[in-house]
Ligand binder design. Structure first.
Ligand code: GLC
Length: 403
């Protein structure tokens, strides 16, 4: 463990950058040389176990580019070099992208606060919490209003990339793609969407109605946990009324998910105003565990019928992002089957919440095994364990938060 911890710390230091008056970490120097939103939240969680001060800087850098309407962009170009293998995308803005990613700011800030509880620094810790709390509150309110034009208590996405799972088969139907298609075809569709969104100045209500309208499961589950984290921070800061507000909004999303997404024991993403369910079996079916949404019985069924099913998610290496028996399953292709460390982190904490400790441990063991066997790669083939995609990729560091 100590050896692994050292390797993780070395990687975090190697990927650290200072630019534009800020300090942040790039997910992979060769492939992803900018700052990404949910990556930086993962980095902050990893760094909370190594160096809480640096973890704080990572989040403060993110909120410095918050838009006036509360949105936080998913990419910040502090240093606009063009990497060899990263495509240039015209977002309609110079220094940032114009779409977002899952809200994990307060979730990460609370982790840092918990690791940083010594008396001496408690006042600076509170000051930090307050800063993140204010920005995260504005961001949550943006998601709860502008991203919910139909008033359904669910936040919608305007581009698959906002889920963090760019080419996941959950978005095939909304992009008009069949379960089998090329990476290039998928990328073209997502670029086309950016062009359409640009024309209407990324007006979320207009975009969700006209171009792409998906209410995703992990995004809303993460939002539930983020709102609960906001409620906890509000209590720490003595803001009782705010704490009640954030708690209530978390409950509203949980109820809406139950009403609009649940069928046969699974919470499905939905498409369109009438919330038609998208029945693609991906790891997203386990995301509600992370937010404590299923009942104990529903959780048991999810685990028994899906996570432990050798035709679905119980493959040699855990957790495949797509079920083996889904027509879209492709063990080497990005978000269409490979194991990724962030979903593993979400599933791990979901299982812990319901007392499935042995299974959670199995996911941690599999994650560590992959890191030891193949190093810090972007994703891994769930059948062979082969490391794929970007090298020196930071997400493997999340195992530090699972010990
Ligand atoms: C890929 C991933 C996305 C991540 C980005 C930077 O686009 O799909 O989730 O934020 O890389 O690591």
């Amino acid at each position: 463990m100590n050896d692994l911890k050292k390797k993780i710390y070395d990687l975090m230091l190697k990927n650290r950058r200072v630019a534009g008056g800020h300090q942040y970490t790039v997910p992979s120097p060769e492939t992803y040389p900018y700052q990404w939103f949910w990556d930086s939240c993962f980095h902050a969680i990893i760094l909370s176990h190594l160096s809480p001060g640096d973890a704080k800087l990572e989040l403060l850098s993110l909120i410095s580019k918050q838009f006036d309407n509360g949105m936080i962009p998913h990419m910040i170009y502090w240093d606009k070099q063009t990497p060899k293998d990263f495509p240039v995308i015209e977002w309609g803005k110079e220094d940032t992208s114009t779409i977002t990613q899952p809200p994990l700011l307060s979730i990460a800030a609370l982790r840092i606060y918990q690791q940083d509880q010594d008396e001496r620094s408690s006042s600076t810790s509170k000051e930090f919490l307050e800063q993140i709390y204010t920005a995260a509150g504005k961001f949550c309110k943006y998601l709860l209003t502008e991203r919910d034009p139909d008033g359904q208590d669910l936040a919608g996405l305007i581009n698959p990339d906002e889920s963090g799972e760019d080419n996941s088969p959950r978005f095939d139907a909304a992009l008009g793609l069949p379960p089998k298609h090329t990476t290039q075809e998928n990328f073209q569709k997502r670029l086309q969407l950016i062009e359409e969104n640009k024309k209407c100045n990324f007006d979320a209500a207009f975009c969700t109605i006209n171009f792409f309208s998906v209410k995703d499961v992990p995004f809303n589950c993460i939002l539930v946990e983020e709102l609960k984290a906001q409620a906890k921070i509000a209590s720490i800061l003595g803001k009782k009324k705010d704490a009640r507000f954030f708690k209530k909004r978390a409950q509203d999303i949980c109820s809406a998910m139950r009403t609009l997404m649940l069928e046969d024991g699974i919470f499905w993403p939905t498409i369109g105003k009438d919330c038609k369910k998208i029945k693609t079996l991906t790891w997203a079916i386990f995301a509600p565990l992370f937010a404590g949404i299923p009942t104990k019985k529903e959780a048991e069924n999810l685990v028994k019928n899906h996570l432990q099913n050798i035709d679905r998610f119980n493959l040699k290496y855990l957790v495949p992002t797509v079920s083996k028996d889904d027509p879209a399953f492709d063990p080497d292709n990005f978000w269409r089957g490979p194991v990724w460390m962030a979903p593993n982190w979400f599933v791990f904490w979901g299982l812990k919440k319901y007392g499935f400790d042995a299974l959670a441990q199995k996911i941690l063991d599999s994650s560590v095994n992959l890191l030891e066997k193949e190093g810090f790669r972007e994703y891994y083939n769930p059948l062979t364990g082969k490391g794929l995609g970007a090298k020196n990729f930071t997400w493997g560091g999340l195992v530090l938060d699972m010990f």
